[in-house]
Design a protein around this ligand. Structure first.
Ligand SMILES: [Zn+2]
Length: 467
């Protein structure tokens, strides 16, 4: 049984899907106007693990949108003097590369807002018809006062709603709490013809329209960062309930924010770490493990120590996989083919940890415990390694070739693979010539650069030393 913390109601609940043959999940994706930072990656990684977990039991349809029409995109295009579509296209491509680099499997659907404007217009029409929306000066606004349950997700009272972030006070609003569904576009801005003139959607509208289009009227799980609870998700709930006549989602899940030092990471504070920058120095898998090292609902403090520890944890796991692969080769046991981890089963303890509201720190401890048993020889190496990799697959880690893991050299002051190979060749020549002292000097020199040589029946191999 999977249990999940539901923000709606604030309780842990057993997960019971509406239709066990088609489980649906929607996660709010990025607005594409610049490089994604590590905070943007957390929901993508967290809900990727949840998707992997759900797929063990159910047929899942997972949708995560991309917001490609937004005033921030228009502003970036104006600043850079390039077409608006070019800004969006560039950062969509980067987002997809960044997520693939973090081991995030592409969601089943990645709807773009600009491709769903007719669905959004029809939702606005329906809200106008039912009296939940009104037209004012080319805008269409949602009439918050007409929806009595408004605030049920965030638990905010009316005054807090008005004082809250991103609530715009404008003269054409009946009430400051009302939010924009549709706004007019001047000629140079992206716009679509509508019954209210040429315009573009407000940000909240797209998710209600796209979730319904791709997943249905009431979906099982809706996810996103905590910062989206209000007003974004509150507004999505109101639009869907009043426009489609059904609740938008049955389970609402929100991940905590990433903090740099003591402060919340936000672009306005300037302390951003882009995924691109980080991946230039650190393997994506290390970043992924770091993101999964705390419970998803808790804030996560991003520090250099977190990254270093995450790398050590992966090194230890891969070291065990490497030893198992070498043992089975030496023992004449054919090593399992690459895909075998997916046919092997992860341990029940690991599955239980993840089914407990996605307890990834506990799941990582389970993996570490399994690795210790393997190292101690308490488990048969081929089957044990396959189970370890199957558990890793569920978390999106440990799928690399262990030899490659230890020989991958990140950019930095270290030696390149070619330079290391050249030094190994030189050492072999010295040994053949009987100059063992010179050969040992090369070995020590490489060790000083963090490269460990291992002499085996097939010759000398090397690996990066564990940190
Ligand atoms: Zn959304």
């Amino acid at each position: 049984m999977i249990s999940l913390h539901n923000t709606l109601g604030g309780e842990r609940q057993p997960f019971v899907p509406g239709d066990a043959d088609r489980v649906t999940m929607y996660v709010c994706g990025p607005t594409v106007y610049g490089p994604a930072h590590i905070g943007n990656a957390r929901p993508a990684v967290v809900f990727d693990v949840l998707a992997r977990l759900l797929r063990r039991r159910y047929r899942l349809v997972y949708a995560s949108n991309i917001t490609d029409v937004d005033d921030k995109i228009n502003q970036a295009a104006a600043e850079q003097g390039v077409p608006i579509a070019a800004v969006a296209q560039r950062w969509i491509r980067t987002w997809r590369e960044d997520m693939a680099g973090l081991g995030v499997l592409a969601p089943d659907r990645q709807p773009l807002a600009t491709e769903h404007v007719p669905q959004m217009i029809s939702l606005v029409k329906s809200l106008l018809k039912s009296g939940h929306a009104y037209e004012a000066e080319g805008h269409v606004l949602f009439r918050v006062g007409a929806y009595a349950a408004y605030g049920e997700l965030s638990g905010r009272n009316r005054d807090e709603q008005i004082a809250g972030a991103r609530v715009e006070v404008a003269p054409y609003k009946e009430d400051p709490a009302d939010f924009v569904l549709w706004k007019p576009s001047s000629e140079e801005l992206p716009g679509w013809e509508s019954p209210w003139g040429r315009g573009r959607p407000g940000w909240h509208l797209e998710c209600s329209a796209m979730a319904r289009e791709h997943l249905g009227e009431t979906i099982d799980i809706h996810g996103g960062g905590r910062d989206l609870i209000f007003p974004h998700h509150e507004n999505e709930i109101a639009q869907s309930r009043c426009g489609h006549g059904a609740p938008l989602a049955r389970y609402w899940m929100h991940n905590g924010m990433i903090r740099m030092g003591k402060s919340k990471m936000a672009k306005s504070r300037g302390n951003i770490l882009t995924i691109r920058e980080l991946r230039g120095k650190i393997p994506g898998e290390v970043l992924r493990l770091a993101l999964l090292s705390a419970r998803y609902r808790d804030p996560l403090e991003w520090t250099d120590e977190l990254v270093a520890t995450s790398r050590q944890r992966l090194d230890r796991l891969y070291r065990v996989l490497l030893d198992c692969a070498e043992d089975s080769r030496e023992g004449g046991t054919p090593s399992p083919p690459g895909g075998s981890a997916r046919t092997a089963e992860p341990s029940p303890e690991l599955v239980r940890a993840l089914e407990d509201d996605l307890n990834t720190p506990a799941a990582l401890s389970v993996l570490a415990g399994e690795a210790r048993k393997l190292r101690a020889g308490a488990v048969e190496p081929v089957a044990g390694a396959a189970a370890l990799k199957a558990g890793g697959f569920l978390m999106g880690i440990l799928q690399a070739d262990p030899v490659e893991w230890f020989t991958a050299v990140e950019s930095g002051p270290e030696l390149t693979a070619e330079e290391i190979a050249a030094r190994i060749g030189e050492r072999a020549r010295q040994r053949d010539a009987g100059d063992y002292a010179a050969a040992d000097r090369i070995r020590d020199e490489l060790a000083g650069c963090g490269v460990i040589l291992e002499d085996g029946p097939q010759g000398t191999t090397w690996r990066r030393a564990a940190l």
